[in-house]
Design a binder for this molecule. Structure first.
Ligand code: SAM
Length: 200
């Protein structure tokens, strides 16, 4: 349903190689937003605002979203206007690792982490204090196109050193998250691999 609603953005992303959330992951994300009746969402990694707009159209939540790339940010601003959502989606053109969290809201119901994979632990630790107790961190791309499994099986040999290092970092993040006892985390093997972490 969502990619039909946003066919224009979906096609733009495919044609221009902009990575956006996969349909299955998006369906799960929206299911959770509805289930917890999320009113305030923080997203790390806007790209062209495909997921932000999908979240907004499928809920009545307010969304703050952070994007460091100016070209992506400009496209996101245009897309949010096109869908008449500037009053519900606020885009920050900043590096999430540098942003002063005081300019953001507090007590978010859900945080969607979807930016540079190598920095996931830093994002998690920086932004999870802004989440209310019982709120959810939704993390995407944790199987990284099946490469994390290959890495675990010691079978990731046909890739560059840099890519292998990135896959190792994602694997390390998964292990860390599983054992991080301020959250209860469930890993779900849909889309590109997601984690749903509930703040205790
Ligand atoms: N959430 C989007 C969607 O599903 O439609 C896709 C986001 S895309 C996978 C990741 C985006 O995160 C890229 O546009 C990239 O420029 C941005 N990004 C990466 N590292 C970032 C950082 N440290 N701060 C802010 N944005 C970042």
């Amino acid at each position: 349903m969502n990619e039909v609603l946003l066919k224009d953005l979906y096609e733009y992303a495919q044609i221009n190689n902009v990575p956006i959330i996969k349909d299955e992951g998006l369906d799960k994300l929206i299911e959770i937003i509805k289930k917890i009746n999320a009113k305030k969402i923080l997203e790390i990694g806007t790209a062209i605002a495909y997921s932000s707009i999908c979240m907004a159209l499928n809920s009545d939540a307010y969304i703050d979203t952070i994007e460091r790339n100016k070209k992506m940010y400009d496209l996101a601003v245009d897309n949010v206007k096109k869908y008449n959502l500037p009053s519900r989606i606020k885009i920050f053109n900043e590096d999430a690792l540098m942003i002063d969290t005081n300019i953001l809201d507090k007590d978010y119901d859900l945080i969607f982490i979807d930016a540079a994979k190598a920095q996931y632990r830093k994002f998690f630790l920086k932004f999870s204090p802004l989440l209310r107790t019982g709120g959810i961190v939704f993390t995407d791309n944790l199987s990284f196109h099946g490469m994390v499994k290959k890495y675990q099986e010691n079978n990731l040999n046909d890739v560059s050193k840099d890519l292998k290092a990135l896959v190792r970092k994602i694997n390390d993040f998964n292990i860390w998250l599983k054992n991080y006892d301020e959250f209860d985390t469930e890993f779900i093997d849909i889309g590109d691999g997601i984690a749903i972490s509930i703040k205790k």
